[in-house]
Design a protein around this ligand. Structure first.
Ligand SMILES: C[S@@+](CC[C@H](N)C(=O)[O-])C[C@H]1O[C@@H](n2cnc3c(N)ncnc32)[C@H](O)[C@@H]1O
Length: 226
């Protein structure tokens, strides 16, 4: 079976991804959105306007819900939503079905690339990255990229999943696997703290007595709070 890089794999898988939303939803049963709204509420109490960036947004599985939620709550003038992903096909699937967001094709390969993107498009107050860090062989790079996208004092909500064996996926009529790496939650916490984040909350989700996902909610420290 073909083992693809995340970029090759997600471009191929983009057309089938929607069918897998219920499976991804089942990992945390809505807790990823609860974390996102929790962070948003804190930020809205502090700032007149929020830029929220869904990094590695895929086809907008969660971002679409948040875009509808922002409209329902009458927050369109206070919250700007961005979705970015390095797979052009994923971004175009998201763009095709979700209104009210800005979109970009962006590779979080290096912190320099993330910083250059943020210089042009603005730094985010809130960044979300669900089911993304598993595709980084070097998670310290992922955290440095997230920090480069954010303002100090901003919030990052994300999860990490164990991946002892990569799952088989069905894409464009054939089975594929996409490169992924098995990182422990402790390694994530270490890398996040090294990149300047403070862990505010951690929640483990289990199925049949095994942890299947760990939700992590962070604040980016201000290097110069004076
Ligand atoms: C499992 S999907 C998750 C999508 C979405 N966050 C969700 O929760 O449904 C992982 C996404 O991360 C993106 N991705 C992986 N590595 C990336 C990188 N280095 N830069 C940008 N996007 C990346 C993939 O293209 C894919 O769309």
């Amino acid at each position: 079976m073909k083992r693809l890089t995340p970029l090759e794999g997600y471009d191929l898988y983009a057309g089938n991804y929607r069918k897998d939303h219920p499976h991804l939803d089942s990992f945390m049963d809505g807790a990823e959105s609860e974390a996102w709204y929790r962070a948003l509420e804190v930020l809205l109490a502090e700032r007149p306007h929020i830029m929220a960036h869904d990094a590695g947004c895929g086809d907008g599985r969660t971002l679409g819900r948040w875009a509808r939620g922002i409209e329902k709550r009458g927050l369109l003038d206070r919250v700007t939503l961005w979705g970015t992903d390095f797979s052009p096909k994923m971004v175009s699937a998201a763009r095709g079905r979700i209104k009210g967001c800005h979109w970009g094709v962006l590779d979080f390969g290096t912190p320099e690339k993330a910083a250059a993107w943020a210089k042009v498009n603005g730094k985010a107050d809130l960044v979300s990255a669900y089911f993304v860090v598993v595709h980084f062989d070097r998670p310290e790079r992922f955290f440095r990229c997230m920090a480069a996208l954010m303002v100090p004092g901003g919030k990052l909500v994300m999860n990490t999943i164990p991946q002892p064996k990569v799952p088989e996926l069905w894409a464009s009529g054939k089975p594929i696997t996409i490169e992924a790496w098995d990182h422990s939650p402790e390694e994530m916490v270490f890398c996040g703290e090294e990149a300047g984040f403070t862990l505010e909350r951690r929640q483990d989700f289990s199925f049949q007595n095994e942890v299947i996902s760990t939700l992590l909610e962070w604040t980016l420290s201000d290097p110069d709070p004076s």
